[in-house]
Design a protein around this ligand. Structure first.
Ligand code: IPE
Ligand code: IPE
Ligand code: MG
Length: 240
């Protein structure tokens, strides 16, 4: 097999461990989130260098809204700051920036910033950088099912199409419609769970768990995950 075919098309990361990283240093959790942004930058650059086409990052879950208000506020502030700071880099490096999640829960100024950043980078194709914000896997499946049901109710002639629908057809109703399922899902910080992330899309993803905390996860750690992925034998239920 060619070397290149061992590079995943879509790498997805559950970026976890910012709080513990800060605590280890006797600092506020916020410092972990700040350093976490540096890891985002490092992994984005490395993904481009390696020829990964989609890098998706779990930045804030629906459940994370239950954190203390000041942490939520500072995280949202950090998102805006990072987007404004990184826009020139996105443009220079041909990065298409995409945000997916329950955006009705985000405040207007953040949504406006996201729309602007997505609009200005929509034409780029070098790397698709997908940020999952206010996202959960169950929310995604539920919104898809609701949309489908409402469409079918509004147009009874669509009933047959719904009956005939296969998994690929349903996928198009997910917020990730059009984006290939992740080949590799990385979770940092030693937790061995999916935490309501890409529940449908992870069906055949290779999983990579590392004890490294997200703020320590830079290019070398990203490369180590790709090297591990290259050794995996993906069988999709078949016999090889
Ligand atoms: C990941 O780090 C960032 C988000 C979930 C927003 P955490 O903030 O969960 O850090 P830990 O898990 O408490 O160390
Ligand atoms: C998962 O991390 C969500 C993100 C990385 C955005 P959490 O820290 O929220 O997950 P749990 O609570 O440990 O499962
Ligand atoms: Mg955590």
């Amino acid at each position: 097999m060619e070397e290149n075919s061992k590079i995943p098309v879509h790498v997805s990361i559950i970026m976890d461990g910012n709080g513990r990283w800060a605590k280890e240093r006797g600092k506020e959790r916020f410092y972990g989130h700040v350093e976490g942004v540096e890891s985002v930058r490092a992994c984005t650059e490395e993904a481009i260098r390696k020829g990964v086409k989609y890098l998706s990052l779990f930045a804030f879950s629906e459940e994370n809204w239950n954190r203390p208000e000041d942490e939520v506020r500072s995280l949202m502030g950090l998102m805006v700051k990072a987007m404004v700071n990184e826009l020139p880099t996105f443009q220079k490096n041909g990065i298409k920036f995409i945000v997916l999640g329950n955006r009705s829960r985000l405040d207007d100024s953040l949504n406006a910033e996201i729309d602007e950043c997505m609009g200005l980078t929509a034409g780029y194709t070098n790397l698709n950088l997908v940020i999952f914000l206010s996202y959960s896997g169950r929310w995604d499946i539920l919104q898809a099912a609701k949309r489908l049901a409402l469409e079918a109710a509004a147009d009874p002639s669509a009933a047959q199409a719904v009956r005939d629908m296969d998994a690929g057809g349903f996928s198009r109703y997910l917020s990730t419609g059009g984006i290939p399922d992740p080949d590799l899902i990385i979770r940092t910080s030693g937790e061995l769970r999916i935490s309501n992330y890409l529940l449908w899309q992870c069906a055949y993803s290779e999983m990579y768990f590392t004890d490294t905390l997200w703020p320590d996860f830079k290019a070398a750690e990203f490369d180590a995950a790709l090297a591990e992925y290259a050794k995996r034998d993906r069988r999709y239920g078949k016999v090889k």
